[in-house]
Write a protein that binds this ligand. Structure first.
Ligand code: DQA
Length: 150
């Protein structure tokens, strides 16, 4: 049971980037918490972060085709709002459920953040719960995997 956690542009700077919006938790902290969760529940987890659209697309392809992951937790950062290429990549791997995650409540922020071009092709969306959103997505995916295997 394999889960990918994919983070997009500027999320490598979590902890110091606009802490009033995104909090003081670093990406490493989030990954460590997810790693512990995965170890405790017997799941394999892989982490990927990139500031480049193409690299995110390659990772979604890899998750869906080569490694046949059971789920992807995706925070595409600002690409969320305009990347039709990432949207198409998600649609191209329909066998793998993708959960869209945002630390902040994108609906309570700038108008341009209210629209996600990814949500329609994702299994679900979690936003506004800070780093806990990643854990919620993990929890959903592992419960789903369990249900599907029974
Ligand atoms: C974000 C929200 C996006 O609007 C923003 O561009 C980000 C982070 C979030 O996690 O809240 O980079 O995805």
């Amino acid at each position: 049971m394999l889960i990918y956690v994919v983070n997009g542009p500027n999320l490598n700077l979590l902890g110091t980037r606009e802490p009033e919006v995104y909090g003081k938790t670093t990406l490493k902290d989030i990954e460590n918490e997810l790693k512990t969760l995965a170890e405790n529940t017997g799941h394999e987890i892989r982490f990927f972060q990139s500031n480049h659209e193409g690299a995110i697309i390659d990772t979604l392809h890899e998750a869906g085709t080569i490694n046949k992951a059971d789920g992807v937790i995706l925070n595409a950062g600002a690409f969320t709002h305009y990347s039709y290429a990432i949207r198409d990549a998600i649609s191209s791997v329909p066998n793998v459920p993708v959960i869209e995650v945002h630390l902040s409540n994108i609906y309570a922020r700038d108008e341009f953040r209210h629209k996600s071009v990814l949500s329609e092709v994702c299994k679900g969306v979690i936003c506004g719960f800070g780093e806990k959103g990643y854990m919620m997505a993990f929890d959903f995916l592992t419960r789903r995997i369990k249900l599907m295997r029974n």
